[in-house]
Design a protein around this ligand. Structure first.
Ligand code: GLN
Length: 197
């Protein structure tokens, strides 16, 4: 099974390294043909408005939306979560959503003073907390009935899932703890449609 990491902008390198440390094949995705060669994809953190522009200009937006609709396993972190959401606030930002997760993401919701911080989060199905790094992170303000909450911080969802789609408001690739990526690898392995390449 081949994992891809969207590499148009943002924190894609560390995702690739973490996936490779887990022993899975990981490659960068920059074009529609790169996308066609992977069986699962990570949408990294970065800037969701810039990623929207680059997804459109690279011709990747429509094939990515179609692949996600067809059940391609996808893991979005931070800006990647914003792209996967069904609704983004504040309204009016130049973010085009894939609508793969029925959640409302509020961009930059932790405010300016604490726009970056590290906090232990509570993972469902795990006794140990996970040290999560939040960088100008969004808050998930609403979760639809199809979405399962896998981890919380102060009672708010920070890691969610619907079928083969998983998303985090934080950056698991920046912590030397592969448990979140392991979950995605397990999820992708158990839910991926027949090989696309
Ligand atoms: N604030 C960024 C955005 O709105 C997300 C930050 C991140 O991915 N670390 O896209």
């Amino acid at each position: 099974m081949k994992f891809g990491v969207l590499a148009l902008q943002g924190a894609f390198g560390a995702h690739c390294s973490t996936l490779r440390e887990l022993g899975v094949s990981a490659r960068l995705v920059r074009t529609p043909s790169d996308l066609a060669s992977v069986d699962a994809i990570v949408l990294p953190g970065g800037e969701s408005t810039t990623m929207t522009k680059l997804l459109t200009s690279s011709g990747l937006f429509d094939p990515l939306a179609a692949a996600v609709d067809d059940g391609l396993p996808v893991f979005g972190t931070c800006a990647g979560l914003i792209l996967l959401s069904s609704t983004v606030e504040p309204e009016g930002a130049d973010v085009r959503c894939l609508g793969a997760l029925d959640v409302t993401a509020v961009r930059n919701a932790y405010g300016r003073q604490i726009d970056s911080f590290e906090q232990p989060i509570t993972l469902r199905d795990d006794d140990e907390t996970f040290d999560a790094v939040f960088i100008r992170a969004p808050v998930i303000a609403r979760v639809g009935p199809s979405v399962e909450v896998l981890a919380t911080l102060d009672g708010r969802p920070v890691l969610v899932r619907r079928g083969p789609v998983m998303a985090a408001t934080f950056h698991p690739e920046l912590t030397a703890d592969p448990r979140i990526h392991e979950r995605f690898v397990r999820l992708a392995t158990s839910t991926a449609p027949a090989s696309r390449s």
